[in-house]
Design a binder for this molecule. Structure first.
Ligand SMILES: NC(=O)CC[C@H](N)C(=O)O
Length: 212
């Protein structure tokens, strides 16, 4: 793997631009992926937040579903944020009747889990491998907890053997809920680090890609 891997952002729907910027800041060559040939050319992929039911339909419409499922099975590093976490889950609760996930991550995820009261909220979290370590060229955002923004977010209800819990909500009505996980080359967060200017989660993912 070269020092500057090519990392795609699935560009069918969702907040792709912010992920491209964060991946570039993390030292990767960031590209949009909308076609099977573009998917074939990446060393890693981000599944952005958006609406998982729409992304699910578009994956099939753009003939990306099958090749993506195949690449995940081959070990492609993938980072899923929010709707992206839903897409990576092997098991989904509160999905729509015909909604499918890509799977690969041995977790049960509950969609729109935080409910109306706290549909969207922000909190500071400890994320293992992110907030508890030093980074090269640290900036002001590079120490301490991660400021996590949740937007109609899912949480992880159950993790299978081999899935590492990286972060949980610390306080409030959802305290203890699992919101960041990793299993091998697959990383998922319920929240949106791409919109805060803190690139540490993307730097962690860049490391996953470099060492894959
Ligand atoms: N910010 C998000 O990605 C929201 C996810 C959305 N609620 C879904 O079900 O896909």
């Amino acid at each position: 793997m070269s020092a500057s891997p090519v990392v795609g952002v699935l560009g069918l729907q969702g907040d792709t631009r912010e992920h491209l910027a964060a991946l570039t800041a993390a030292g990767t060559r960031a590209v949009l992926v909308r076609r099977p040939a573009e998917l074939a050319a990446v060393d890693g992929l981000v599944l952005p937040g958006g609406e998982s039911t729409v992304i699910d339909k578009l994956l099939r419409a753009f003939d990306l579903r099958e090749p993506l499922v195949a690449r995940i099975a081959e070990g492609l590093p993938v980072y899923g944020s929010c709707a992206g976490m839903i897409l990576l889950a092997d098991r989904l609760l509160d999905g729509t009747a015909d909604q499918q996930t890509l799977g690969g991550l041995d977790v049960t995820v509950r969609r729109n889990a935080f409910g109306r009261q706290v549909d969207s909220f922000e909190t500071d979290l400890e994320v293992a491998g992110v907030s508890d370590r030093g980074w090269e060229a640290p900036g002001p955002e590079d120490t301490g907890p991660v400021h996590a923004v949740f937007i109609r977010a899912p949480w992880v209800e159950e993790v299978g053997a081999g899935v590492e819990v990286l972060g949980r909500v610390g306080t409030g009505p959802a305290a203890g809920k699992v919101v960041a996980v990793r299993a091998g080359n697959l990383l998922a967060t319920s929240f949106h680090p791409e919109i805060t200017g803190d690139t540490r989660v993307h730097r962690l993912f860049a490391e996953v890609v470099r060492t894959a």
